[in-house]
Design a protein around this ligand. Structure first.
Ligand code: GLY
Length: 346
């Protein structure tokens, strides 16, 4: 099944229920360069036989300008020109780097993605934000350019470790919370085990999530409005992710629960317990004994803060999110209750 979404900077064709082998029909093998990491390559070396492959080291630690330098050097050496296509095959780190390299090489060549993780399939490879980290600062260098296509081959998930399946579901639950009450119910009625066993069910779920994210981005590519809703759970999540070396999905899950209780306090949101139950059902944590003071300090220095207010994504109900400025005091009471019992120093 094919679906085209038109963004301001170009259209993306989503090839759902496809296969890695279809790539040969989408691009010219001789002028295409597949960027992937050593981990993905280890599993799919045979299926990539005959393709030009550029390898990077796996992991967020290698999502930096060194990788960009290395890859552009290799592209020059290989003779890649304006007619070349670059493919990012991997998780979010690979697609972020590959998209960035493709969009700056010779001032931009065509690119496509083959996401290999649940997170990349439903979130990281969609939206056009490409870039790399600079030291501890995430995504400090980058741009917004849309891939020409995304190719979905669910068989690539067979080698995905359990913890990464679970991490991907944090973003799926996030999509349900902010945009799709029916999908929230669908998630309550099914389980991770079932998606692994039933490709049709998995395919339905992935497509639904892709379209949620793609449509939000389509309406607001540069994040002036609706796209901010995708940050649900991420404000507190980002504030604790690095400090406690938590996997992104776990930090987001904890952040969503805090945001749900903030929504309860501020908007009389009545379904926090459903969110707690759902994240737990998918193997994600609902709570974490974080240092509230430290988390609040980090949120305070967040670049999205305006004066003494933080714009927080809250829920009016499941499936309906709003973006609301909150004072540090409003946030502090809930963040403190949910984490360690430390008082915010003013
Ligand atoms: N590349 C991820 C995004 O644009 O959100």
């Amino acid at each position: 099944m094919k679906k085209t979404i038109k963004f301001s900077s170009g259209s993306t064709v989503f090839h759902f229920d496809s296969s890695l082998e279809v790539l040969g029909k989408l691009v010219d093998k001789s002028t295409t360069y597949i960027i992937t990491d050593d981990n993905v390559y280890h599993y799919y070396q045979k299926r990539l036989k005959g393709w030009n492959v550029l390898l990077i080291k796996a992991g967020e630690a290698f999502k930096n300008m060194d990788a960009v330098q290395q890859l552009t050097g290799q592209l020059i050496e290989a003779g890649a020109d304006r007619r070349s296509t670059i493919i990012g095959m991997g998780g979010g780190v690979v697609t972020d780097i590959a998209g960035f390299v493709a969009s700056i090489y010779l001032r931009g060549v065509d690119f496509g993605f083959i996401p290999t993780s649940v997170l990349a399939m439903v979130d990281a490879s969609i939206g056009g934000k490409n870039g790399v980290d600079v030291g501890v600062f995430k995504n400090m260098v980058g741009n917004i350019r849309q891939p020409r296509f995304l190719l979905y081959d669910y068989s690539l998930l067979k080698t995905l470790p359990d913890n990464e399946w679970i991490g991907g579901f944090a973003e799926i639950i996030k999509h349900a919370c902010i945009k799709d009450a029916a999908m929230f119910k669908f998630l309550e009625e099914h389980s991770l085990k079932e998606y692994k066993k039933k490709p049709a069910l998995l395919s339905e779920l992935i497509q639904r999530n892709v379209l949620i994210k793609a449509k939000v981005v389509q309406k607001d590519e540069t994040e002036q409005g609706d796209r901010k809703l995708l940050n649900f759970g991420h404000t507190l999540g980002h504030a604790i992710e690095n400090t406690y070396q938590l996997p992104h999905g776990e930090a987001v899950s904890i952040g969503m629960v805090v945001a749900a209780y903030l929504s309860k306090a501020i908007l009389d949101f009545k379904e926090s317990e459903r969110i707690v139950k759902l994240v737990k059902a998918y193997g994600l944590p609902a709570y974490y004994d974080y240092d509230a003071q430290d988390a609040l300090m980090k949120m305070r220095s967040d670049k999205k803060r305006v004066k003494d207010q933080i714009h927080f994504v809250l829920l009016e109900k499941i499936g309906k999110a709003v973006y609301q400025p909150l004072s540090m005091d409003q946030i502090a009471s809930v963040v403190e209750t949910m984490g360690g019992s430390v008082t915010l120093s003013k």
